[in-house]
Write a protein that binds this ligand. Structure first.
Ligand SMILES: O=C(O)CCC(=O)C(=O)O
Ligand SMILES: [Fe+2]
Length: 296
């Protein structure tokens, strides 16, 4: 590779070898090409809550990312749940039976956790690149971004093996940054309904219609390996459709960033997605209780 750094005998990929900086000069934020890319993403994020940066990762680098996922695939935590769009798994008697809160669909997929990646692997280099964080922050029109400090949920890969799907849901994070690394032969498509809900309106009727199979208003992305997606998943109901039993698996790298530095996930959700928690999660939970305004 043209500009790989040599560190203690190991070759470390640089952003330049991984990302198409000719088309997207992330290192030159004043360049015309940079401003065009930011403007285009902003327009999409404002209008439909989703922007795609086509072919951001170079084809040779996509192969490296996929090799890195394959090498760590045995560490994937697969789980199957029957859940509502809010990740809840039990009936809430305050709502009728045919309500989104009480509509439970299958999610079967797995995450390669944050502690499976070594620093300086190509996936990690892209995730942590200050140039990429600045670019994504500008697209989202926020001052700055930090890598999510969660040791399991910061850098992950979402794995959909043959037969699996990630059903309709809302994210708890305001936005997500994803790079498709390997597409399924068919299916495994990212679909969403823009602005399904807002801070003022839960959009229950729209949600229920989609959960029951309604297709009107749904956008299906034509994502290819190497494309980066910036998505406001807190307001737009979305799914990854089922990967057929005879297909290749679908692999996506997920970069989690936060607006504040030092954020770490909650114990319950961590346990749900990764099947375990680390001491950091327990300490942070303890800290939250202590910093509460109540008793003590
Ligand atoms: O794999 C993806 O493209 C995104 C999956 C997703 O919606 C999520 O992890 O919340
Ligand atoms: Fe999601």
């Amino acid at each position: 590779m043209a500009s790989a750094r040599i560190l203690a005998g190991m070759t470390v990929a640089t952003l330049e070898t991984l990302v198409d900086l000719d088309r997207y000069p992330l290192h030159e934020p004043d360049s015309a090409a940079y401003l065009v890319a930011v403007d285009a993403a902003r327009e999409r994020l404002r209008s439909v809550g989703c922007a795609i940066v086509k072919d951001l990762v170079r084809p040779e680098a996509v192969a490296v990312l996929n090799d890195e996922i394959e090498a760590r695939k045995h560490t994937t935590h697969f789980s199957t749940q029957v859940m509502n769009p809010y990740f809840h798994t039990s009936v809430n008697d305050d709502y009728p039976a045919d309500h989104p809160v009480n509509t439970f669909l299958e999610r079967s997929s797995g995450f390669i956790p944050g502690d499976s990646w070594n620093a300086d692997c190509a996936t990690d280099v892209i995730f942590r690149a200050p140039e990429l964080k600045r670019f994504v922050a500008e697209c989202l029109e926020i001052p700055e971004l930090h890598c999510y400090e969660d040791p399991l949920a910061g850098l992950t890969a979402n794995i959909l093996d043959p037969g699996q799907l990630f059903t309709w849901h809302f994210d708890t994070n305001d936005f997500a940054v994803t790079v498709l690394v390997q597409e399924a032969d068919e299916g495994g498509l990212f679909e969403y309904y823009p602005a399904t809900r807002s801070a003022e309106d839960e959009g229950f009727d729209r949600i229920q219609n989609i959960l029951e199979g309604g297709r009107e208003g749904i956008h299906t992305l034509d994502l290819r390996p190497g494309d980066m997606q910036i998505f406001r998943g807190r307001y737009s109901l979305h799914q990854v459709s089922r990967v057929p039993a005879d297909s290749r698996p679908r692999h996506a790298a997920i970069f989690a960033y936060t607006e504040e530095a030092g954020v770490i996930g909650r114990v319950e959700r961590t346990q749900q997605l990764f099947g375990r928690v680390l001491q950091e999660h327990l300490d942070a939970e303890e800290q939250r209780i202590r910093s509460d305004v109540l008793i003590d």
